[in-house]
Structures are given as C-alpha cells and as structure tokens.
Design a binder for this molecule. Structure first.
Ligand SMILES: Cc1cc2nc3c(=O)[nH]c(=O)nc-3n(C[C@H](O)[C@H](O)[C@H](O)COP(=O)(O)OP(=O)(O)OC[C@H]3O[C@@H](n4cnc5c(N)ncnc54)[C@H](O)[C@@H]3O)c2cc1C
Length: 475
C-alpha cells in the first residue's frame, strides 16, 4: 500500500477484473499506477463463468495466461438453446482444438479465482500501488495524469464525466445458484457437457459446467424469476431445489451460494472527459446470455492500455484517447444487441408465443458464432473489414505464438517480398499470417499492439502508404 498523494500516471478506481487487468497491462509497460478498491476482499458472489479465446490472448499479453489456463476449464463445446420438449433451436458453435487466437475458444472459471490471479499479478510491478479498503469519494482526491473508472455499474467516475445512458431494452431479475456436485453421482454424470439455455416458457434457465472445485464439480444454474417469486426468498434452498429437481437434488450436490441479479442491457455515451475515462461495467452492461460482459470490459482494458502507454510513455498526442470510445462503443453494442436477441428467444414466457417461436426453428437448428465486429472509426485506416477486426494468432515456424514475438508494439505481417526493407519501427514478421491474408485477398497487414488490424495492403505501394499513416511512432 502506498500513498495516494504522489502524482501518478494513471489512477484506476476499482480493482475488479477490468481494473486489475488494466493495471497489469500498464504496470508491464512501466507506467506509475495507483489502483483503488473500496473492498479489501475480492467480491465473493457468483458472477462471470466464461471467457473466450480472444480474452485468453489478452491474459497472455499480461503474462498471466499460464496461471489462468491452470485455473480455468477449456471447452470445445458450444451453447445449446433447447425448448421445453428438448428440441435444439439454436447452437452457438464450439471450437475444436486451439482456435484462431492460439488458445481454446471457450474457457469456464470461478470469477474470484480469476481475480485472485489478476491481483497477484500486480505484485510483479513496483510501479503499481494497490490501495485496498480505499473508497474513492471524489475524483478530485486523485492526483493523477489520467483516471480510469473501472468502478462497475454504479460508477462514480461516470457521474463525474456526465455520460449519457442508452437503454437497450432488457432488464430482468434472475436467480444464480452455484452447486458443488458429487462427481460420483449418476445424475451429475448424466448432465450435458455443453451449456444449455432452456427455453421453457414455464421457467427459462441456463445450465453451465463451470469446472473442478474444492470438493467436487461446480455447476451453475441461472434461473429466471417468474411473477409471484419473492426475490428475497428464492435464494433459500427450500425454494430453489424444486426448480432444478429434474436434474439434481440435495443428494447429488451442495449449494455453494445463491444470489439474485437484475440483468441489464445498457451502454453509456461519453467514456472520456479530459483526464477521466471509463472501462468495463462502468460504461456498458450486458445480460450474460453470451457470457461476454466481462469479456467486453477486458477488451476495453486491452484497447486503452496501449493508447495510455503511447500517450504517457512515448509522448503521442492524447487525441489518440478519443479513438477509444469511437472504436469500442459500436463493438460492444454488437455483442449486447445479440445477447438481447438471444434473451428474447430464451425469456419467452407466453406459451403460445413460445410455440410460435419453436415453429420458426422447425426448418433446422440455427448455428451461430460470436460476432467479430469491426471497431468503430478511430486508430485504423478508414476501410471495410477485415481492417478494424481482430487478427488471429498463428504459431510461428519456431513454434512460438505470434504475439510473443511482437510484444506491445505495432507489427507488419505478410509476404516477405512486400516487407523486405520496409522503413518502420514496427516489428516485421515476414511470411506470417499468409492463410488469413489469402482468405481476404491481401498480401500484408499492419497490426496494432492490441492485434486489431490497422490496415491491409495488396501491394508494396499500399503498404508503404499505410505505414506512413501510422498515427503513433511505434515503440
Ligand atoms: C450472474 C452473472 C453472470 C455473468 N456471467 C458472465 C460471463 O459468463 N462472462 C462474462 O464475460 N461476463 C459475465 N458477467 C458480467 C461480469 O461479471 C461483469 O461484466 C464484470 O464483473 C465487470 O467487471 P468490472 O471490473 O467492470 O466491474 P466490477 O466487477 O463490478 O468491479 C468494480 C470494482 O470497483 C470497486 N469500486 C466501485 N466504486 C468504487 C469507489 N468509489 N472507490 C473504490 N472502489 C470502487 C468495487 O468494489 C468493485 O471491486 C456476469 C454477470 C453476472 C451478474
């Protein structure tokens, strides 16, 4: 614990997953960071259980992928939307083997364990000071060049910015129950390995295999509250066991914890005012039907980290920080709008409307993937996708994952003949990413430090022009 009085580069309000990741990424770049949380302990109640392969790649950038991989469960399975009769309506596809990001496409985890690893990671940096039990009452008390509000849904920093709330329409209370299951119970063994979204109008619910836990296997039930449910009482075992008795009972599992949450779909407009910035739930909230709320916040951290580093360490104009919201807002909105659409399928409680819904899927199961949206306008060339989308992470010929060879820098990948003798401080990776480039009929690409595509080129002249357009002097 250090003093909050010294002028620091970046003060972060909130040491949840988003603040803790941002502090790791900035700490790694040598910035002076003070991070504050009003609580001394990590939030113990059940929340996120899933992140995707792109997020594992961000943990890799923070030097924490191995520890997190050891604590999380990789999954090649998808998520099945099943109606009351057991017929599959939609499937979010799984991914076999390492996905495009060089890691399994889906990971299940216990949020307090993930946050513990992120917090422990901060002890690597003498330039990051962690202030736990410190309730920030006003941004005026923080003497820092930049202040990032990673302070969750009731953000104080957001109030100081005066952001505008945009309601995307879904607000619904759900009960969340985590059970520690007996691995020897036949009923436990017969549970599906994939995630289930049970589209039963009598009681919609979600079932997730979270993974190994002390004393058994952790399974998550998220259960929609119905008219007549008392939110204060449904957390009692006598009330929630009957809701899941068709799968498990007290002989198969013991409740770890239960809590009621209202799922929201909201974005804020106004993620920056001067030295104040927002990230994570402070600037967007999504219902968890895609398992992407925290993921979106961690993408904010990855986007903001290299830009703050460029401004603070490399003296780049701080106008670069204005590209943060313009890029991230449309990206996260795409995920939230899909989650709201899935929520409409899942949360239908009118039996006639549910039958009509089921008939719409009679022609066949609808298969879908996570969206891979283009960033909004900002620090990239003004061009259609794949510019502004995330570049994959192939293994290099020496077996190393691509990002390891780049570090937090810009990079140019593509045909060796195009890259040969290119005048740039970016890392040059000849003959890397050729499959992806040929898929897009391109010959080279410039990647940003967060691995989103800055530009693509079909010939040397285009590549030279794109390099000249790099807005920051690459490290
Ligand atoms: C039931 C449920 C299931 C979910 N499932 C998923 C999932 O599977 N995948 C996924 O990606 N996301 C999921 N989410 C969303 C995910 O949990 C959140 O998006 C994520 O926790 C947000 O992280 P954050 O760091 O932005 O905010 P928080 O985790 O809310 O952290 C904010 C921190 O700021 C601190 N703070 C606030 N104000 C102050 C202050 N004034 N001074 C000091 N400290 C302050 C708080 O104490 C807190 O520690 C789920 C959410 C719920 C509720």
């Amino acid at each position: 614990m250090g003093s909050a009085q010294l002028l620091t580069d970046v003060a972060i309000v909130g040491c949840g997953p988003v603040g803790a990741l941002l502090a790791n990424l900035l700490g790694q770049e040598g910035l002076a960071v003070d991070i504050f949380d009003r609580e001394r302990e990590i939030y113990p109640l059940p929340r996120a259980v899933h992140f995707d392969g792109e997020i594992m790649r961000t943990f890799q950038a923070a030097g924490l992928a191995d520890r997190i991989a050891a604590a999380a469960r990789p999954s090649s399975k998808g998520m099945h939307f099943v109606n009351a009769e057991g017929r599959t309506l939609m499937v979010r596809r799984g991914i076999d083997g390492p996905g495009p990001h060089g890691w399994a496409g889906n990971w299940y985890f216990h949020q307090p364990e993930l946050e513990r690893i992120l917090r422990d990671g901060l002890t690597r940096f003498s330039n990051v000071r962690v202030h736990l039990g410190h309730d920030v009452g006003s941004v005026d008390e923080l003497e820092a060049r930049y202040i990032v509000g990673c302070d969750g849904a009731r953000s104080l920093v957001r109030r100081a910015i005066g952001s505008r709330r945009v309601d995307l329409g879904l607000h619904q209370p759900w009960l969340v129950v985590d059970l520690i299951c007996d691995p020897n119970s036949p009923r436990v063994r017969s549970l599906p390995d994939y995630s289930v979204q049970l589209c039963d109008p009598a009681r919609p619910m979600t079932i997730v295999n979270v993974g190994a836990a002390p004393g058994g296997l952790r399974r998550r039930w998220e259960i929609m509250l119905m008219p007549g449910d008392d939110p204060a009482r449904v957390i009692e075992p006598d009330l929630f066991w009957p809701m899941i008795t068709r799968w498990l009972g007290p002989a198969d599992a013991r409740p770890e914890r239960a809590a009621v949450y209202t799922f929201h779909s909201v974005v804020q407009e106004g993620w920056r005012r001067g030295r104040l910035l927002l990230a994570g739930d402070a600037c967007h909230q999504t219902p968890p039907f895609l398992g992407q709320g925290m993921c979106a916040g961690l993408r904010d951290a990855a986007n903001l980290a290299w830009k703050l580093t460029a401004v603070v360490k490399d003296g780049v104009s701080d106008a670069l920080l204005d590209s943060y919201e313009s890029e991230r807002l449309p990206h996260v909105r795409t995920f939230i709008e899909l989650a709201v659409r899935l929520g409409a399928v899942l949360q239908e409680t009118d039996h006639e409307a549910a039958r009509a819904r089921d008939r719409r899927f009679e022609a066949g199961v609808e298969m879908f993937d996570y969206p891979q949206p283009q960033l909004g306008p900002g620090c990239r060339l003004d061009a259609p996708p794949p510019v502004g989308t995330i570049f994959p992470q192939p293994r290099l010929s020496d077996g190393q994952l691509m990002d390891e060879a780049i570090g937090q820098c810009f990079a140019v990948v593509g045909e060796a003949t195009l890259l040969d003798g290119l005048q740039t401080d970016a890392v040059l990776l000849p003959d890397v990413g050729l499959d992806w480039l040929s898929l897009h009929s391109k010959r080279a690409a410039i990647l940003r430090p967060d691995r989103y595509v800055f530009a693509v080129a079909s010939d040397r002249a285009e590549l030279v022009d794109a390099v000249a357009a790099l807005p920051v002097r690459p490290a």
